[in-house]
Design a protein around this ligand. Structure first.
Ligand SMILES: [Zn+2]
Length: 145
């Protein structure tokens, strides 16, 4: 049995999460993680790190709802506490727009951070080999270059 030392080297979780939050490759921090708003690139255009292993699934929307819900809920209570004579039409206009803007801001960043964490923890094939349920998945199609 042979060992592969490069697969055992620890990966900095917080650095990978920060790079992912910024939409950058968790490995090099240079290449873009996304090829569209929420579409993850097959591989990093800068270092070639395979990014198709990610399995963010439904976690980013759940986390986005959690974060934005707390910001908006606290904001609504604070504004109402500061000025309880504010017309209802202002609440009905500002809070839905702010909710939409915050969701669009946080969703790709939270997805990137989660993928960065998956990469740092070598989940879903990020460790260089498929394991568990990933081993049963078909290999991704090669992208035309
Ligand atoms: Zn990279």
């Amino acid at each position: 049995m042979t060992t592969q030392p490069q697969m055992d080297s620890p990966r900095d979780k917080w650095q990978a999460v920060k790079r992912g939050f910024m939409g950058k490759c968790p490995h090099c921090g240079e290449g873009k993680m996304f090829r569209a708003f929420l579409k993850v690139a097959e591989a990093c255009p800068s270092c070639g790190e395979a990014l198709h292993h990610q399995r963010a699934d439904d976690a980013p929307p759940y986390m986005t709802i959690f974060v934005v819900g707390h910001i908006i809920g606290a904001g609504m209570l604070w504004v109402e506490h500061q000025n309880d004579e504010l017309p209802i039409w202002i609440h009905a206009t500002v809070w839905p727009i702010l909710t939409l803007v915050l969701c669009l801001y946080f969703l790709p960043r939270i997805k990137g951070a989660l993928i960065g964490l998956q990469w740092a923890l070598r989940m879903h094939g990020f460790g260089g080999h498929a394991s568990g349920a990933d081993a049963n998945l078909p290999a991704p199609a090669a992208s035309p270059t």
